[in-house]
Design a protein around this ligand. Structure first.
Ligand SMILES: [Zn+2]
Length: 544
């Protein structure tokens, strides 16, 4: 099959313009727009740079700390490989409505060897899977140059001459756009320049597929006495810390995660199935219009090699790598079992796609101090101390294929007020347990479980489905046997709330009042998570 030229449209162009804005900002903040390419002493022998004092950690990049300098040793095999970089808050200042664990920025980057013994960090704003034999490739390629976000002088070559050592201290300490706060966040919190003597690299850790950088950043902030001083819809607020000290401190975590060499096979989007999707414009020589290619975002679920035959026969098998969510250890203990149950409830949907134990939640091991909640290898349900009565389920995915790499669900403590009030108003007529200002833990736990399933559904790729409740015959809403068997809505991704049509004399139990993972959800997961080529086989086994 011919390869196509793909140009990233929505997501990547957004990054491109964001990067331009940030670059401008970094210029105005001082000279630290790049790594350390300014000094030109040239590479030295390895032992002169990585001395006997070095504390070293092997991983994606081998990290060396020598006195107060931090070095990355990058193997040649990683040059031109695409790396996902995500930046999260690991600690935030109070009063801004942003919480530890929330994402600040994400982008795809790659290392490149430049002229004059420099290493460049490029931000990939365009994805081209190109057949260089097409003519139009030349135009697409020339008109989508990726920006060089930073340059580093090679300090030394690795012992076997198949790696390079660069000094990343100034890059991470500096207010550099790819790893620092974005222009929008600075504007939102009324922050000015970074204060360098109150900004430092706390630590850098390295693991087989990722390297994690923890930086404490402090900014000047002149209090504004006009609340919400910025233009609508982006008002800026002065944080309480700025009123007392004129400074605001954040702790940021930058994760570098290696993306697979061969992207996951895409699943083309179908507008009849509600998945989140990415879109590209496709250019070829023989077309008479630009085509759009849209593909869904989903996790990479594959049977183990030894199980492929069984899976094709329709037997349930465990995936090579299950989807695992960890529960933030800041979560009150009594709600953890319900949050876990809300995740595990999706297992039966994945059974329709041929997998058992495909998804699960686990408690975080607090005793293991080497684990980090911001480590981009882990998906975490983050518990946020906020009066916002809501929750959200985002994901970080490979822009080349839609493969979901990780997800951090944002769970605001006060979402309990939302479900309390809904349930009291909508179900108290039929459920005596709802006639209380403070619900029993079991009832609140079941409400938490319902929201957990809904948010996890988003992180599996599912969008809202506001149409599914229309498929329920109105008279069945009061039919105890029917509604307890099928639920009052076919999708937990609907906004159907609770079954408030039910009346006391119907004697309908919780099963007929609560939304739950329904027929649509199971069908959608089956559609999204079975490879197309195998769907025909499964049809024959009667499981499609
Ligand atoms: Zn939702």
């Amino acid at each position: 099959m011919r390869k196509l030229v793909l140009v990233a449209m929505l997501f990547c162009i957004a990054i491109s313009s964001e990067a331009k804005r940030k670059h401008k900002n970094a210029n105005s903040a001082g000279p630290q727009v790049s790594g350390n390419a300014a000094s030109k002493s040239g590479p030295k022998p390895y032992d002169k740079v990585i001395t006997g004092k070095a504390i070293s950690k092997k991983g994606l990049f081998t990290v060396h700390k020598v006195d107060d300098k931090w070095y990355f040793e990058i193997p040649d095999s990683l040059f031109k490989r695409e790396i996902m970089m995500t930046s999260r808050f690991s600690k935030t200042a109070g009063g801004g409505g942003v919480y530890a664990g929330e994402m600040e920025n994400r982008q795809t980057v790659e290392w490149e060897k430049g002229p004059n013994k420099n290493v460049f960090l490029r931000v990939v704003t365009v994805i081209s899977v190109a057949d260089s034999t097409t003519d139009i490739y030349k135009a697409v390629n020339s008109s989508n140059l990726n920006p060089i976000a930073a340059a580093f002088e090679i300090k030394a070559y690795g012992k076997d001459s198949n790696s390079v050592v660069i000094d990343v201290t100034d890059f991470f300490k500096g207010d550099n756009a790819p790893v620092s706060l974005g222009a929008f966040t600075k504007k939102r919190f009324n922050l000015s320049s970074q204060i360098n003597d109150r900004t430092y690299i706390d630590h850098i850790s390295s693991f087989p597929i990722n390297t994690e950088v923890r930086v404490v950043r402090t900014y000047t902030s002149t209090p504004s006495f006009m609340p919400n001083s910025g233009p609508v819809p982006f008002p800026s607020v002065t944080l309480p810390a700025a009123y007392s000290t004129g400074a605001v401190t954040f702790e940021m975590n930058n994760s570098f995660v290696l993306l697979p060499k061969v992207p996951m096979q895409k699943r083309l989007y179908d507008p009849r199935v509600g998945f989140f999707a990415d879109e590209y414009s496709v250019y070829t020589d023989d077309q008479q219009k630009v085509d759009e290619e849209t593909f869904i975002v989903r996790w990479r679920l594959e049977p183990k090699d030894a199980d492929i035959a069984k899976w094709k026969r329709g037997e349930l098998v465990e995936p090579k790598k299950p989807i695992v969510y960890y529960i933030d250890p800041a979560t009150p203990k009594k709600w953890r079992p319900y949050l876990i149950q809300g995740v595990n409830d999706w297992q039966k949907a994945f059974e329709r796609a041929g997998y058992k134990n495909a998804i699960m939640a686990k408690e975080w091991d607090e005793k293991d101090s080497s684990l980090s909640l911001e480590d981009a290898r882990y998906s975490v349900l983050r518990y946020l101390p906020s009066d916002i009565a809501n929750a959200y389920g985002p994901n970080v995915h490979d822009p080349r294929s839609g493969e979901i790499i990780e997800s951090h669900i944002g769970w605001y403590h006060n979402v309990m007020k939302l479900v309390h009030d809904w349930y009291m108003i909508q179900a108290a007529a039929v459920d005596p347990k709802a006639r209380k200002m403070e619900f029993d833990d079991e009832l609140m736990g079941q409400l938490v479980r319902f929201v957990s399933s809904h948010e996890v559904g988003h992180t599996l790729g599912l969008r809202h489905n506001m149409g599914s409740s229309s498929r329920t015959p109105v008279e069945k809403l009061r039919d105890k046997a029917w509604v307890e068997a099928h639920g009052h809505t076919a999708s937990i991704m609907d906004y159907a709330r609770f079954n408030y049509v039910a009346q006391p004399e119907d004697h309908i139990g919780e099963k007929g009042l609560f939304p739950r993972i329904g027929e649509y959800d199971m069908w959608a997961i089956q559609w999204g998570y079975i490879k197309q080529v195998l769907r025909r086989t499964l049809k024959k086994t009667g499981r499609s």
